[in-house]
Design a binder for this molecule. Structure first.
Ligand SMILES: Cc1ncc(COP(=O)(O)O)c(C=O)c1O
Length: 383
């Protein structure tokens, strides 16, 4: 049984160029801080990767801080930004969207424990935060920091970051954007977007897991989370993950090819949706998100009345890797907070299946997956 991997929003396969770059970087004995030839070799690897990641998002190399992944990049932006702004006299208040990734919501909860107020911006039925919703959440007091993701990992809905960042900054708030799901799926121009912070993760674009970066706009205040050595211009102490960074750089260099595949992924996704819906009874599936304007690779379906766990097990046994889209905390599956935020009942949310395509997927895989999904849905509806 060959696996049909349709879970690219969770993690994408490592591309050969990233694997090669990592293998080469493992040979570097020195740390990038060492003042000898081996140190300079390691430094060169890190700085080349920094240039590549910066170029991929229209940033300057000095605006890139390497981290251990998207979660750390988000934590650095939300905690480090809010703490620095509050220390400079901004209100101890942050605004987040309820459809953010768990790492954003958890960082906001950490701030709450430090005495910050946390306000939630309303979302529409697609999970989108409007300018009016952000204005309402900012209220008269304003905020130290606003955090809204560019795109939802679960339902693929995209936010208008250009507008929201401009609005937040006009009110004196820092704007942090979790851009983890946008990298490689839509062009990002950090300079033009106007956010203070953009969180990125290597493993969503064919780089390694455990590597990421935070774009920090020049001049935006940031209190480091990790202190010690002077690495990353004193914004993130600790010896750099040189192989991980090298792999991230190689994946960033290949980003144009990834972006070029997006129209093909949209066509494959639309074919997948059509094939599934044609093979199951009318009304058997409910689609979430923003099919027209959301991420082109993402299809999110709920199947009312079905046992979601049984469906996902059936698909796993059939060799189709998809996500349940439910938050998994310490082994316990609860209904997704994103689906609850857009108004789904817990029962409906538990039937969710998120399918996310990547450049490696073929038309044949999509046909086979559609058949397997429709067959499993029909079988479980009779059970
Ligand atoms: C939207 C979003 N933010 C943050 C993360 C966390 O990234 P990482 O897995 O690199 O910590 C993910 C990945 O799961 C994500 O999808």
């Amino acid at each position: 049984l060959s696996l049909i991997y349709l879970d690219h929003n969770a993690s994408a396969p490592v591309i050969p160029a990233a694997r090669d770059a990592m293998r080469r970087a493992l040979e570097a004995a020195g740390t990038p801080s060492s003042h000898h030839a081996a140190g300079r070799a390691a430094r060169a690897i890190v700085e080349e990767a920094r240039e590549r990641v910066a170029a991929a998002i229209g940033a300057r190399p000095a605006e890139i801080v390497f981290t251990s992944g998207g979660t750390e990049a988000v934590a650095l932006a939300v905690l480090g930004g809010a703490r620095a702004a509050a220390a400079a006299g901004r209100p101890r208040r942050v605004v987040v969207s309820p459809t953010e990734h768990a790492c954003v919501l958890a960082a906001a909860e950490t701030l709450r424990a430090e005495g910050f107020a946390v306000a939630s911006a309303a979302v529409d039925a697609a999970g989108r935060t409007s300018a009016d919703a952000l204005t309402a959440a900012l209220g008269a007091e304003g905020a130290a920091l606003v955090a809204v993701a560019s795109a939802s990992n679960e339902i693929g809905t995209r936010n208008d970051i250009l507008t929201l960042a401009r609005l937040a900054r006009a009110r004196g708030a820092l704007f942090a954007c979790d851009a983890v799901q946008s990298l490689g799926k839509e062009p990002i121009d950090a300079g033009a977007l106007g956010a203070d912070f953009l969180a990125l993760s290597a493993h969503k674009i064919g780089g390694p897991k455990g590597a990421g970066a935070l774009y920090v706009r020049e001049g935006s205040p940031l209190a480091p989370l990790l202190r010690g050595g002077p690495q990353e211009a004193e914004r993130r102490a600790g010896t750099e993950n040189v192989p991980g960074i090298a792999g991230f750089g190689a994946a960033a260099l290949a980003l144009p090819e990834r972006l070029a595949a997006v129209p093909r992924l949209r066509a494959l996704r639309d074919r997948l949706r059509a094939a599934i819906l044609a093979a199951i009874p009318a009304g058997a599936a409910v689609e979430s998100g923003d099919p027209a304007g959301g991420l082109a690779n993402t299809l999110h379906l709920c199947f009312p009345g079905l046992d979601g766990d049984a469906l996902r097990i059936a698909l796993d046994l059939a060799g189709v890797a998809v996500s349940g889209g439910s938050a998994c905390a310490s082994g316990a599956h609860g209904p997704s907070h994103v689906l609850l935020a857009i108004g789904h009942s817990p029962a409906l949310a538990r039937t969710a299946v998120r399918i996310s395509l990547g450049p490696e997927n073929t038309a044949a895989e999509v046909e086979a997956a559609a058949g397997a999904i429709a067959a499993a849905v029909c079988r479980l509806r009779r059970a």
